[in-house]
Design a binder for this molecule. Structure first.
Ligand SMILES: [Zn+2]
Ligand SMILES: [Zn+2]
Length: 289
């Protein structure tokens, strides 16, 4: 079958790879089609399309917008929109500014706690929506990493990311450095204005089963699709959210949410996300996605 992945990140948001390396890697994993869906930015889309042509991988323009709806923080994916649309670009750039000011607060706190932080390096990275990956790379370097190794005891095999590290020392990363968001309705409208399709990302990550009605309400507000097949979903969740998508006439998409391979120091197995995701796609190969 032709493998595809409609949810990936590059270093223009919190992914680890450049668009070129992402495309090359996708090709080695056998993906024929991918969408680059960076958080609140479309800076890498042009490059991804160009490298896609070079390496023979079809690239669909995409974005993942942080949103809120009622008490939920939902991620809305946009696909195939006009990425020169002024309203969309303006909104994304406002979200970036907001995020950078909350990141600056986090950096100030880390400096106060005597971590070695090279602010210049952080802000000279290509990311236009700097997040957890950027902070991770500084806390896991040099003296900082020596301190982490001494103070934090990580059990072998334990999944321990940078947000856990910050929570270990202070409080939740997300309360220290909240994501800048717009409302889910606004995101759907913006994507439609730019002639794109709006899809709710990994519903099983933010919603429990009993919150299926949120999907119904968003459909009434114009949502087009549901990412029922996700790298964040167990197979059981994939089945459940597909049923919900069918019930409310939403098209089903599949995306891994690949951010690149995590640094070796984190002690995690490598490449598992794309491997898992490929199994998920094979499982659904008879379904029209
Ligand atoms: Zn997401
Ligand atoms: Zn994502």
């Amino acid at each position: 079958m032709d493998f595809f992945d409609l949810h990936t990140h590059s270093f223009y948001s919190d992914g680890f790879l450049s668009p070129e390396d992402l495309i090359k890697k996708a090709k080695t994993f056998g993906f024929k089609k991918i969408s680059l869906t960076d958080h609140n930015t479309i800076k890498g889309v042009d490059q991804a399309i160009d490298f896609g042509k070079k390496y023979g991988v079809q690239v669909i323009p995409g974005v993942e917008i942080y949103t809120h709806y009622k008490e939920f923080h939902l991620h809305i994916l946009g696909y195939n929109f006009d990425y020169n649309n002024k309203d969309l670009l303006k909104t994304l750039s406002n979200l970036q500014k907001e995020k950078i000011s909350s990141l600056k607060k986090l950096i100030a706190l880390l400096k106060e706690k005597k971590w070695e932080i090279n602010e210049k390096e952080i802000f000279s990275s290509p990311s236009s929506y700097p997040g957890i990956g950027i902070v991770a790379s500084t806390l896991l370097k040099g003296k900082n990493f020596e301190r982490v190794k001494k103070e934090v005891k990580i059990r072998p095999g334990q999944i321990f990311g940078i947000s856990d590290l910050i929570s270990f020392y202070y409080q939740s990363y997300f309360s220290l450095c909240p994501e800048a968001e717009i409302s889910s309705e606004q995101a759907i409208e913006l994507i439609h204005q730019a002639k794109g399709k709006a899809v709710l990302a990994h519903p099983g990550q933010q919603l429990s089963r009993k919150h299926w009605f949120i999907v119904k309400e968003l459909k009434e507000k114009g949502l087009d699709g549901l990412e029922a097949i996700s790298g964040h979903h167990s197979w059981e969740k994939q089945d459940y959210w597909q049923r919900i998508a069918k019930e409310f006439n939403l098209f089903i998409t599949a995306g891994s949410d690949y951010h690149g391979d995590l640094p070796k120091q984190w002690g995690l197995p490598i490449n598992t996300l794309w491997q898992y995701f490929r199994f998920s796609l094979e499982r659904f190969k008879d379904m029209p996605l």
